[in-house]
Design a protein around this ligand. Structure first.
Ligand SMILES: Nc1ncnc2c1ncn2[C@@H]1O[C@H](COP(=O)(O)OP(=O)(O)OP(=O)(O)O)[C@@H](O)[C@H]1O
Length: 331
């Protein structure tokens, strides 16, 4: 084993052999405490580009984030080809690391939004893409998992043929569908149902998980999470990508203070401020927030209710859900 192989820092040109092919590292896409994500290509066919996620093996870590990621992607893959989940190409383990080769996607919603002049999407793009983000998480919930770390950085747009997919409407008319949105990173996802597909009995106390800015109030309060908490995080992510002034707690680091700010945002002036500058969508967004706030641990989420309100909000702007997204117009 070479020195490089001992680590997960691979230079361009480094080759990793999997069960279904040999993958050559092109460049690093991102790095975290767990390991790294690389853009790779298949040695025998340079046009076949993928993303490779590698995770260091750790004696002390019993729960591998990558294992959870693979389990979820396998579970959802069986169902439908054109989904909001990246497909698995290959996976394996070496002496010091695990790896997953998956479908390569484009920039994250966080990167795409930060490239905009006002650092937010237009309302039709923000609401339309958010609708896809909710579809992705609805699918995950259907399979018995909650994500627990929803944020714009954990969603990305599709590449090449996945940029604009064609979807069949219920009426069987073929509609051009705007850029597909993919959900990423299931490292801290959790099974929320038991073997009988019934919600698990909530633990008395649950440790804080995820990202402070997007965490649900229950997460701040160390209460067990369920699908409604992903919906609350999804709501914050939607506001984050459309609200020109950003989330009110965007500059606060301290967890307690962020929780207080989220609680305040439910009342009076502070609630109105949450939707500042979003006039045409204010009523629908208010209804969505109230709906999510009334959900409880055992509640069954009515996703359709939310999609319908999003559709009305998009229509109010004079656009449609099928219109090109901001980042497609730049191409
Ligand atoms: N399939 C993919 N195609 C292209 N880029 C990807 C893919 N999966 C992940 N990435 C990128 O790699 C980087 C790290 O990915 P990811 O968020 O999954 O890992 P992470 O470091 O565990 O995340 P976190 O920052 O939440 O800890 C991100 O910039 C992400 O956009």
């Amino acid at each position: 084993m070479s020195e490089e192989e001992d680590d997960v820092h691979f230079p361009p040109g480094h080759v990793i052999e999997g069960a279904h092919g040999k993958y050559v590292v092109e460049k690093l896409l991102g790095e975290g405490g767990f390991g790294a994500v690389y853009k790779v290509y298949e040695q025998s066919d340079k046009t076949k580009l993928y993303a490779m996620k590698v995770e260091k093996k750790k004696e002390e870590r019993k729960d591998s984030k990558l294992k959870m990621e693979i389990a979820i992607l396998k579970l959802v893959a069986a169902e439908r080809k054109d989904s909001h989940f990246t497909s698995i190409i290959d996976r394996g383990k070496k002496e010091t690391y695990f790896f997953l080769v998956m479908q390569l996607v484009g920039k994250s919603l966080a990167d795409l939004k930060n490239k905009r002049p006002d650092k937010v999407f237009s309302l039709p793009t923000g609401l339309g893409a958010s609708s896809q983000c909710l579809e992705a998480v609805q699918d995950l919930h259907k399979h018995g998992f909650i994500h627990r770390d929803l944020k714009p950085a954990n969603y990305a747009c599709g590449l090449d043929d996945k940029k604009r997919v064609v979807s069949l409407t219920p009426q069987n008319a073929v509609l051009p569908y705007p850029s597909q949105v993919y959900i990423l990173d299931f490292g801290i996802a959790r099974k929320y149902v038991n073997k009988e597909n019934v919600l698990k009995t909530p633990r008395e106390k649950a440790r804080f998980k995820g990202t402070v800015k997007f965490a649900s109030l229950a997460c701040h309060r160390n209460i067990e999470l369920s699908p409604k908490d992903d919906c609350e995080s999804w709501f914050y992510l939607m506001l984050d990508v459309i609200q020109p002034s950003g989330l009110p707690w965007k500059r606060i680091q301290q967890r307690e203070a962020v929780m207080q700010c989220k609680e305040d945002a439910r009342r009076g002036d502070k609630k109105a401020k949450l939707f500042d500058g979003l006039k045409s969508a204010e009523t629908e967004l208010g209804k969505i927030m109230d709906y999510i706030d009334h959900l409880q641990y055992y509640s069954k989420v009515d996703y359709t209710f939310i999609y319908e309100l999003l559709k009305v909000a998009v229509t109010n702007t004079g656009a449609t859900m099928e219109d090109k997204y901001d980042w497609e117009k730049d191409d």
